[in-house]
Ligand binder design. Sequence first.
Ligand SMILES: Nc1ncnc2c1ncn2[C@@H]1O[C@H](COP(=O)(O)OP(=O)(O)OP(=O)(O)O)[C@@H](O)[C@H]1O
Ligand SMILES: [Mg+2]
Length: 455
Amino acid sequence: MKDLLKKPVINYVILFLVVTLLTGLLLFPIVNNVILLSSILLINFIIILVFLQFHFTNYLKPLKKAIKTLSEINKGNYRARFHYTSNNLLSELSYKINSLARNLSEYSIQEKMQREQLSTIIDNTDNGLVLIDDKGYIHLVNRKFLSMYGRTSKDYNGYLYYDVLEEEVFHDTVQQAFLYEKNVKNEFSHYIGIDKLYYEIVGVPVFNEKNRLKGAVLVIHDITEMKKLELMRRDFVANVSHELRTPITSIRGFAETLLEDDLNNKEAEKEFIKIIYNESDRMQLLIEDLLTLSRLEQENFQLVLNKIEVNDLLKDIIPSFQIKAKEKELDFTHSIENNLHFKADKEKVKQIIINLLDNAMNYTPDKGKVFLSVTSTEEYVHIKVSDTGMGIEKNDLPRIFERFYRVDKARSRNTGGTGLGLAIVKHIVDVHDGKIEMDSEVNKGTNVHVYLPKK
Ligand SMILES: Nc1ncnc2c1ncn2[C@@H]1O[C@H](COP(=O)(O)OP(=O)(O)OP(=O)(O)O)[C@@H](O)[C@H]1O
Ligand SMILES: [Mg+2]
């Protein structure tokens, strides 16, 4: 009976009570027997109440339960179920609600999986990503982007892009993408610590299915390697041209003098021709070095591996350096492990030792010391060239293997150097899968260690 006091049944109970009382009042003048009238009306009222109770339990109560289940599902509780089989209509309703819950649950699992996959891709891509809506609010920034600026997503999500994105180029890119409604590309550089990194930023407008602009995605990729290569290429061309211009100018100048002036002085003529010869020799050396580098860099470069007897190899090299050492009054000594042999490209290994000894002697003042040792470990042949020369500043050491890099340009040019020697050494070591290390102290000396695999 408690159910009859619940909404909406209570309204009907009150209505029937009022109708019963009115019927009683209307019938009262006709029926004299009050007790009989009251009893009939009471029985009537009770019958109606019983009917209402039946109606409530059969229809309204399950409907209320159905509504409660649907609101649970609406809240995301897809495990909520509704079971009523008392009549066809309710059993169909319960079947529909339960299958709706099951479908929604499957959809939500699938959607969650897709969201997770998407966010894994977004977070693990090597490009920075920023998603901005059509009002300029940021909705998403990925991990790569955060790592560039060392902040968290809370610093960006929900903010206007021009309030939180520091670089001016970001603002320009978003505005251009919105204005022109097509992909826009820009470049910028950014420091991470002391490293200067170069980035390309692409603003991609995003449209909805009605082709209305809904926002933009900023894609930021690191182009530092490409930029460095471009700079290196530019430097390389500039350096080669510069290196060639000096001897060519000199050759041209002396050749002109020889042609124009009627030199009767045989001595001067010979001197000029000697200069022309030396300069062309220098050019030839430069071109040979460039060709060596280019051959080493070719993809299909093949090493000619021979069995090398270290003692034999050094017999060809050491005498000429002994002469050079004598001229400079250098104390040149060497220590070679007995019976040392390994497999490598003989001519290239010779070139390594020649270039290193050449440097050691060129950059060590008269009366200094130069020492060559060749020993072996289990895996490697260790070539070490030490000198007591001018040494190299710490700042210059990381760049020493770059082409044309010279610490003291004027001095190195005096030695006839082109700045390609160590670049060639490094390439030869690389193609042999070896390693090269250099330590140096200014005015104390330099040690170069080359390790070549014995194979
Ligand atoms: N043992 C050394 N001591 C001091 N400085 C050195 C030494 N070896 C190399 N360097 C420095 O490194 C620079 C690069 O050396 P690298 O051998 O590549 O070129 P280079 O000697 O100038 O010319 P080349 O192409 O004829 O060898 C030199 O110009 C010199 O400044
Ligand atoms: Mg050199």
